[in-house]
Design a binder for this molecule. Structure first.
Ligand SMILES: *Cc1c(COP(=O)(O)O)cnc(C)c1O
Length: 499
């Protein structure tokens, strides 16, 4: 690959498909994905002291936790990245907001510039990349290829827009994202942003990106034109570590407001698609956070629920378009990082599973591996009907309007409680603002169908939450039309830009 990449053989990162590889955080971030499709994973994660973290602000805590992941930045460089990412972009100085919700806690992760939780990581990733490029004196342009089921795209476009030396190419499945999500992406202002609607679903978009990464002759061609390819999807380790921070931050806040005592275990329920957010929770646990149970919440695309219950991952099933589109995924990339843990870091075994997945669309864990998977995760499914019922009953009982992704999590939490009677304090991750999915939300709470704009105003009437600035701005913008491409056209689109 690139000259600067092979030089540095030390580091705390290896690949899930070849554990002989040793590399640094900055190389892993720049490369995005490892040779032959493997994902970069940290080799060692040492437990952190909760007492030390307890008194820190969100930004200070981010620096302390990122230090555990970043093996080749100075502390000052990490601090700079954090400052640039979080100082002005979120509507709350502590990035996230924690509120009680009935007997649980709602962790609001959607106060960033695009009103979805992905901002938390995608405001930082560009800073990591710039710092890493600077460190390695990389002069080439970086092309970020991003597949999105709706929210990553806009968050990546916002995070990277107008960043020197970086171009962003974003692919989303045509007609399978919400109108607001599409308009958010198509109206991005940056000079370096390019958005395409693909004839296919999210998995097709993700496969297109992976194919281009794995095409070595195409990569060489790019390098000949002074272009490096990288990824802003959660296959990039730089996407995952920023998400570990809010698990710790929430825990510390709950200790400080006396909901729990230091050392108590808590649960997290995570509405899951690509398995990135919940994997960050698992890494938090490895870093010493007292987590009793991580609960994986799926929508009708319940491939993960079946996997966690049976040990067989089978993507050969119908794809459902749901009202929680950011979770409409059949190939959850980050599962591979957990498989690596399950099979005691045996990269040959991971490769075997992933080859099976490519060839047959399915793979099965061995009994020992399944036991580990089941120990770490519980999983439940909520379909659209259950999701709407939950939005409705949550509004009736608590006056809170939650978005469909959050509602999937809340519904799965109830199922977990019914099944286990577990009384451990539980945090529900709220991954998007309800204003991002207004039509379905209003359908659920009022039983009427409104246009997006009317629905936004109707939510405003019924909610104490303000309309996020970015969504308010969309209302007045003219309609925009997608640039539709076929599944074999990504290379052409990259080549077009090179001229
Ligand atoms: C991306 C997304 C998810 C799924 O997160 P993963 O890390 O892919 O599992 C859930 N909810 C919303 C609103 C999202 O944008």
């Amino acid at each position: 690959m690139n000259k600067t990449r092979s030089k540095n053989m030390m580091g705390n990162y290896t690949s899930t498909r070849n554990n002989k590889i040793k590399t640094t955080f900055s190389n892993a971030v720049l490369q995005g994905i490892s040779e032959n499709g493997g994902l970069f994973v940290p080799i060692n994660l040492h437990p952190l002291s909760l007492e030390v973290l307890l008194e820190l602000s969100y930004q200070e805590m981010a620096i302390a936790i990122l230090k555990a992941f970043i093996d080749d930045f100075e502390e000052e460089e990490i601090a700079n990245c954090v400052r640039k990412a979080y100082s002005h972009t979120f509507s709350t100085s502590n990035v996230v907001v924690i509120n009680p919700l009935a007997d649980a806690t709602l962790l609001e992760l959607y106060h960033g510039p695009t009103s979805a939780f992905k901002d938390v990581a995608l405001q930082l990733l560009p800073q990591f990349m710039q710092t890493a490029k600077h460190k390695h004196q990389i002069k080439e342009d970086t092309y970020i290829l991003t597949a999105t089921s709706g929210d990553t795209g806009k968050a990546a476009l916002e995070g990277f827009k107008n960043i020197e030396g970086i171009q962003v190419i974003c692919l989303y499945p045509n007609q399978l994202v919400s109108k607001i999500q599409e308009k958010q992406m198509l109206t991005t202002q940056g000079k370096n942003t390019h958005v395409y609607a693909v004839k296919g679903n999210f998995d097709d978009c993700q496969r297109m990106v992976k194919e281009v990464f794995n095409d070595s002759s195409f990569n060489k061609k790019c390098l000949d034109h002074n272009i490096q390819l990288s990824s802003a999807n959660s296959i990039n380790i730089g996407r995952l570590c920023p998400q570990v921070v809010y698990y710790f931050y929430t825990y510390c806040q709950l200790v400080k407001n006396k909901t729990i005592q230091l050392g108590d275990e808590i649960n997290f329920v995570v509405p899951t698609g690509n398995f990135g957010n919940i994997l960050a929770g698992y890494y938090a646990k490895k870093l010493g956070l007292p987590i009793h149970q991580l609960i994986c919440a799926s929508n009708k695309n319940d491939v993960l629920t079946d996997f966690i219950r049976t040990g067989t991952y089978n993507r050969n099933r119908e794809f459902h378009k749901t009202i929680s589109p950011s979770m409409d995924i059949l190939v959850s990339s980050n599962v591979e990082r957990f498989i690596y843990e399950c099979c005691t870091q045996d990269s040959n075994r991971v490769k075997e599973c992933m080859d099976d997945l490519t060839k047959t669309g399915s793979y099965s864990l061995l009994p020992d591996e399944l036991e580990l998977l089941k120990k770490e995760f519980k999983s439940y499914t909520a379909d659209d009907k259950m999701t709407k019922q939950t939005i409705h009953s949550c509004f009736n009982k608590t006056n809170r309007i939650i978005d469909p992704h959050t509602a999937v999590a809340l519904n799965c939490y109830k199922q977990y409680q019914d099944e286990t009677q577990d009384k451990t304090h539980t945090v529900i991750l709220s991954t998007a603002s309800c204003y991002k999915f207004p039509t379905d939300v209003v359908q659920a709470i009022l039983g009427i169908t409104l246009s997006e704009e009317e629905a936004i105003l109707s939510i405003k009437k019924n909610s104490s939450e303000e309309i996020p600035t970015n969504i308010n701005a969309l209302i007045t913008m003219d309609d925009v039309y997608p640039n539709i491409i076929k599944q074999d056209e990504l290379r052409d689109k990259i080549l077009e830009r090179m001229k």
